[in-house]
Design a protein. Sequence first.
Length: 333
Amino acid sequence: MSYSTQVGEQLLTQLETSISDLCFDIPFIKLHMTLTGILSLYDIQLARLPGAHPDIRDKADQFLSAKRLEGLSELTMKDYALELRIFSQYVSTPINQIATTDIRDYLSHFENLKMSSVSKKLSVLKSFFAWLADEEIIAKDPVRRIKPPKKEQRLPKALTIEELEMIRESCITPRERALVEVFYATGGRLSEIEALNKSDINYQAMSARVIGKGNKEREVYLSYKALYHLKKYVLQRLDDEPALFITERRPYRRVSNRAIQRAIKVIAARTGIQKSIHPHTFRHTFATLTLNNGADLSSVQALLGHSDPATTQVYAQVSESKKREAYRKHLVQ
């Protein structure tokens, strides 16, 4: 696949996602064909600044090959490749002449991006240049002294118990209800749930094995409610597909991440809930409600597959009701 084709597909994906987020009643295949027809009239490529040095792209390819051998997921590899390709368009000097000021100038171009997005770009560059220094391709790491930007202090938007019930009641098909229950009960990531097979479910132990970030396997658990609706969905299927969740129309195949996102948005649209709801919302809800119900932080960290306790800590914000309860229970009057 050529570079321009990859960029065209990336743009098409972004357009489809943005438009489908706003228009629930447009059939996806019709939207895809319309946008494909429009984009076929153009020669699409990422904006290329004059003087981009091929040395960066060569070293980036070596770096990606090394990371692939370390077992990084395909999703992570794609993110790394895209960020390094964009970086190669901005810098016009050989890799061993890039200074800290060049990196800062590059990052400053993204003033309209969220700090979390800029932080992601910096994280990729830190990994890239640290590898270059370890391999002695460069004498000094120019990114080492750059501190990550301060992250926005925003709490993850979890569903309330009432909103969760509204979502459940808005499900029409067995697949919709099974999706909602499995996402909430396991606290799984979208990629983890999408990759599940029927054979991964242990009905006796009420658990499943998922492959998370860094290709790490962990056990997640299913509630009685999740198992009931999952069995109901699987038993009414007449296909031989190994995937746990499949398309609703022939030819049956594993449902894609994007199709799951659309399915959740359609369910959420029926409720009238104003907040944005997507698959990750159920992960936020799982973490928030279990912590508020008394689960300890280390257990929730293990269930979510977080390597850093600080990632889980963001969910440990005590709710107003919990604060009132603690005040009334423990205040000495």
